[in-house]
Design a binder for this molecule. Sequence first.
Ligand SMILES: Cc1cc2nc3c(=O)[nH]c(=O)nc-3n(C[C@H](O)[C@H](O)[C@H](O)COP(=O)(O)OP(=O)(O)OC[C@H]3O[C@@H](n4cnc5c(N)ncnc54)[C@H](O)[C@@H]3O)c2cc1C
Length: 509
Amino acid sequence: MKSLSLFLHLAPLALGSTRPSLNQRARNDSSTAFVSTVDLQTGAKCACGKLAASYSDSVFFPGSANYTAQATEYWDIRADLDPGCIFLPASADQVADAVSVFTTCQAQFAVRGGGHMNFPGSNNIDGGVLLAFSNMKDYKFHNDSIDVSPGMTWYDVYSALEPYGRAAIGGRLKTIGVPGLTLIGGVSYFINKYGFAMDNVLSYDVVLGNGTQVIANATSNPDLFWALKGGANNFGIVTKFTLKTYSMPHISTTIQQFNETAVYDFIKATCDWVVADSEPTIAAGSVLDISYNTTTGSVSPLLLGVQEGISNPPSMFANFTAIPGVSKTNNVTTSKQWASNLDSPKQMFRVMFGMHSMYPDPDVLYTMYQTWKSAIDQIADVAGLYPTFVLNISPASAARVAQTNGIGNVWGLDDEPTIWWQFSTGWDNAEDDLRVEACIRQLTEYLHGINKKNGLARDFIYMGDAGEWQDVFPVLPAENVQRMKEIRGKYDPLGTFSRLNWGGFKLGV
Ligand SMILES: Cc1cc2nc3c(=O)[nH]c(=O)nc-3n(C[C@H](O)[C@H](O)[C@H](O)COP(=O)(O)OP(=O)(O)OC[C@H]3O[C@@H](n4cnc5c(N)ncnc54)[C@H](O)[C@@H]3O)c2cc1C
C-alpha cells in the first residue's frame, strides 16, 4: 500500500551546526529579563542525572536498547538526532517534575508526541534531553467528550470511540500524534462542518515553564485556552486534551485514482467543491494529491474522500465521481477501520515540505502543477525521489466555526474558501538534502510570488504543511500575534518554551 502510505507528507531544514548556543540566544524581551548561563552539555548532564535518580526505569542513555528504539520514532529520517538522554514520563506529575528539572539545570530539551513533524529540531535534539510521550496513552470517555493523553495517535482515539458510535475531529492518517496536530490547528475529514481539531478542544491540562500545572478552558485561564488553539508549543506542555465527540457510527468513504489526463478536471473539482461548500449540512473532507513518478513519467491524482453517514457512494464527492478514473472504491465503514488502512510508518524517507494558500482558481493551479512538474524534472536523478502536489481545502464554513463559537483561535481566518497548496517531496540520501531543499523552497516562493501579483495569494501558512524556512506567525493578524506574546509573557516568564525548548514553530521575540 505504498502509494496510500505516502500521499500526504507535509514539512522540514537542518538547524544542526548553525544553531546558536544557549548563551548566544539569551536575551531580554518585553516579557522577561531571563539570562541563561549554562551550555548544552552541562545542562543536559545535570537534567539527565536528576531525572535518572528519580525515574531510573524511564530514562535512557545512548547505547541502551530502549534509547535506540526511541531514537528512531520519527516519520522523517531527517528528524533522527542524538539526545543526551530520553525521558518517558508516565504522568502529568512526572512531566511537571521534568520541566522543573529543565529550568533548574537550564537544560535544553525537546518534546515528542506522535513524531510526525518533520523538521530536525522540532521534536528532537542533539545533546539535550528528549521528553517523549510513548508511555502516556490513557484516555477517559465521557460520551460528549473524551480526555486524551499526549502519547495517543488518532487511530488510538478513533479506536477508543468506536464502541460508542462516536468520533472526534482529528487527523486523517493512522499514526499522527494527537498533541502536535491539535496544537497547530488540525485538518480533519469533517473540516467543513466542525472546523479544525483545535476548535473542538474543550480543555487542556498544561505544565507551565516553571513546572506548575494549570487547566486552560473557557472558564479557567481563558487567555491561555485561546492561545493554545493554534499557538503550537509556545506556552507549555499539554498533558491532557479534552476533545468534543460527535455521534458518527458510520462514515461513507471513496478512494478514487486518476491518470494524467484527468489532472485539470481533478483540480477544478477541488476548487468547485471548496467554493460551493459554504453552508454544509454533511460533514466531509478529503486528502487530495497528485504524485509524479519521474522514473515512469506517470502522474496519479488521488482522492480519499470521507463524509459522515451511510450515503453510498458519498454524495459530497459527485464532482470527482463524474471524472473518468483508473479506479473508484466506495465503502461504508467506521473512522477506526478507515484509519487502520492509512498508515504513515516511521522512518519513511527524508522529506521537504513547502506550502502557501490562495483563492481557488483552477486555471492558475493547473499552471502551478505544470511548473512543479518541470521543476521536479530538473532533480529527477535524485535517488528515491517521491514528489507530491497536495491540495488541502479550507472552506469558508471551517473559518466560521471559530468566528461563532465564542472562543476563536489564533489564526483569525477570513470567511472565504482557500486552497492550501503544498509540495511534499521525499528522497533517500542525505547527500541530496541541500539540492532538494533548494528546489522546493525556490519553487514554492516563486509560485507564491506570482499569486501575490495576480491577487490570488493569501497570507496564511499552515504549520502542518509548511517548510521549516517558513515563518508561520508573522502572517497571522498582528493583534493576535501581539496577544499571543503577552500571554506567553504571562504564563512563561522564564522563557522555558522559547529558550530551553527552542525547536518547532516559535513565536519569536
Ligand atoms: C504523514 C503525515 C500526515 C499528516 N496528516 C495531517 C492531517 O491529516 N491533518 C493535519 O492537520 N496535519 C497533518 N499532518 C501534519 C501534522 O499534524 C503535524 O506534523 C503534527 O505536528 C504531528 O503531530 P505529532 O504529535 O505526531 O508530532 P510531533 O512531531 O511529536 O510534535 C509536533 C510538535 O508539537 C510539539 N509537541 C508534541 N507534544 C506536545 C505536547 N504534549 N505539548 C506541547 N507541545 C507538544 C513537539 O515538540 C513538536 O514541536 C500530517 C503530517 C504527516 C507527516
